[in-house]
Structure formats: C-alpha cells, structure tokens
Design a binder for this molecule. Structure first.
Ligand code: ZN
Length: 254
C-alpha cells in the first residue's frame, strides 16, 4: 500500500464515521423554544425486551436516568389534560405518555413515577391483543394517586385511517366510555393507534368529546393544534446523549 492509498482509506473511514454520527446524533438540528412542551412517547418499561417490538421497551434503569435528567434540568411534569388546559405557563413543561396500557406501566414505571413525583398519561387500549394489560385495580390505584391520567387509544388498536366510518366512531366512543367506567373521571386525551389519522378521524375524536389527541409525528412545538400533537419518541436503544438531543431539538436521529 502506498502512503496515498493509506491516506485515502483513512479519509473514507473518517467520512463514513462522521456521517454515521451526524445521522444518529442530530446536534445539527435547531433548538426548540423552551416554552414549548416536550411530550415524550413511551410504550413498555421492562427488563425484558419484548419479542415483537424490542425497540418499544425501555429498561427501568434507563427510564430512571431519563427522569433524573428531567429533574436536573428543571422540567415540570404535567398530564396531557393539564397541558391542554394551559397550566404550564411558568415552567419548561414535559408530559410523559405511554401507549397501549402495558401492565409493566404499573409494576416498573409507576414506582419510579412516585420516586420522582412525576406525572404520566397512559393511553389504554382495552381489547388490544397479545399484550399483558393493566388490570382494573392497577388503573384505579394509579388514578387515585393524582400522578396518572388515563386517555384512550381505541378498543382494539384499530387503524382509524382505513376503518369504515361507523367502526372508527364506535371504537373511539367505546374506548372513552370504557375508561371512564373504570376511572370514574372524564377521559379527555386520545392517541391515534399507529399514528394513523386523516381529517375524518380528527373530527370523530373531537366529536366524541376528547380535548386533545397525540400522534407519532416527531417534534416539539406550541400546542396550537390540540388534535395533532407531536411527540418525542424514546426507544429502548435511546442513550442519554440522544435523549438530551431529542429534549432540546425534538428528535435525535434522521
Ligand atoms: Zn399503540
């Protein structure tokens, strides 16, 4: 190998490395205003990565590090209904949201929520297949703590974009009523399954009496459209540097 070949190889390796880092650590994105709420999207908090979607499982240890980060950086916790009601005027607001209603939200997430005096919004999907779901008692205990709000996520994790009108409306309304019958309070927040929605879906959710709805679109912005709320996705492999990038810029990777 000549010296030129060695230098050229080194340059290629450095370039590939730089592109990889820039793609997975998006420091180059512009920072979001501190006044805009950060709405984090989680699913399962558990030691064991699930079989079907291991990305969606964050370990309790990592979740604790993330809560510590939020505390150290003076974020204040709100439920989705509190955010929509505008209770966050004086602080850097954050809402922790959990989709689907995994039982580990009680066994692994809730103890840490109490430890940090943090708040969460859990979107329940009462008839979602193939997951270990929260029990009625677990839901009622968390509801009584004042730390957890329960929102709806349809009955069966229906793709609302593709479903016929009648079925879509039925699942949206039924999930709201079902959750209210367990918690005894108004169910005001909604999460679109798979983040799938269209104009028709938004109107169904509004007409059912929900005050806000979250998507899976990534970002940080003012809550100008309460039915198209963007979130910050936190995955099992998200490290704390990437978490910091996401908290300040809305997302950490391309
Ligand atoms: Zn879901």
């Amino acid at each position: 190998m000549t010296l030129n070949m060695i230098l050229a190889t080194g340059l290629i390796i450095a370039t590939v490395g730089f592109i990889y880092l820039a793609a997975h650590y998006n420091f180059w994105r512009s920072k979001a205003s501190k006044a805009h709420p950060r709405i984090l999207m989680y699913h399962s908090i558990n030691h064991h990565a699930g079989i079907s979607h291991p990305d969606l499982v964050v370990t309790p240890a990592n979740f604790k590090v993330q809560l510590q980060y939020l505390k150290n950086n003076h974020y204040q916790f709100f439920t989705m209904s509190e955010l929509i009601a505008g209770q966050q005027a004086t602080s850097t607001p954050v809402a922790l949201t959990f989709d689907d209603g995994f039982a580990d939200n009680y066994t692994h997430m809730y103890p840490l929520l109490k430890e940090f005096n943090a708040k969460a919004t859990i979107f329940l999907c009462p008839e979602m297949p193939k997951i270990n779901k929260l029990s009625k008692q677990q839901i009622q205990e968390m509801q009584a703590s004042g730390l957890v709000e329960f929102g709806a996520h349809t009955m069966t994790h229906l793709n609302l974009e593709q479903a016929p009108d009648e079925l879509a409306q039925q699942e949206i309304i039924q999930s709201k009523q079902h959750i209210e019958s367990i918690t005894g309070v108004a169910c005001q927040s909604f999460a679109y399954p798979y983040g799938r929605l269209n104009e028709r879906t938004v109107n169904f959710v509004k007409n059912a009496g929900f005050l806000c709805a979250v998507t899976v679109k990534k970002g940080i912005e003012a809550l100008t459209n309460a039915y198209m709320v963007k979130r910050i996705s936190v995955l099992g492999k998200t490290n704390i540097v990437q978490f910091h990038i996401a908290m300040t810029r809305g997302r950490y990777r391309v």
